[in-house]
Design a protein. Structure first.
Length: 134
């Protein structure tokens, strides 16, 4: 995996893409206070350290204000020590397909905070996109 993000920042500056592990071994992303077995999480796992597989993807051409157009979205599945966990998010490109391997890359700005009608500070969103593994 690359040690730089698509925003040009060192990976260690990026926040964790945090999933929760529960006593039964299951994982959820995002984390929840109560897992599938009804118990609280016992640890967190940083998914940004893993490669995922594209389960499905789509491209939206009618996006909310400030979101790039076209907006490529993917559902991906990580394999963390034999336990699957899925995430949904933007893809860095529309050149992906089902079964492709992708890696999470941190992006400081997933939408332009000045484009909407709300207070710009309330529209600042960072997060991860999924980039094809080369």
């Amino acid at each position: 995996m690359s040690d730089r993000t698509d925003g040009g920042h060192e990976r260690n500056d990026a926040p964790a893409l945090e999933a929760a592990r529960y006593p039964d071994g299951s994982l959820t992303y995002p984390s929840h206070p109560v897992g599938p077995g009804g118990e609280a999480p016992v640890e967190t796992v940083d998914l940004s350290e893993y490669v995922a597989t594209v389960v499905t993807w789509t491209t939206s051409t009618a996006t909310p204000p400030g979101v790039r157009e076209p907006n490529h979205l993917a559902i991906v599945e990580f394999d963390v020590d034999g336990e699957p966990v899925r995430a949904v998010g933007q893809a860095t490109t529309g050149e992906i397909g089902i079964g492709d391997e992708v890696e999470p890359v941190y992006c400081e700005e997933l939408r332009d905070p000045d484009a909407g009608i709300r207070e710009p500070d309330s529209q600042e969103w960072d997060g991860y996109r999924f980039r094809p593994v080369e």
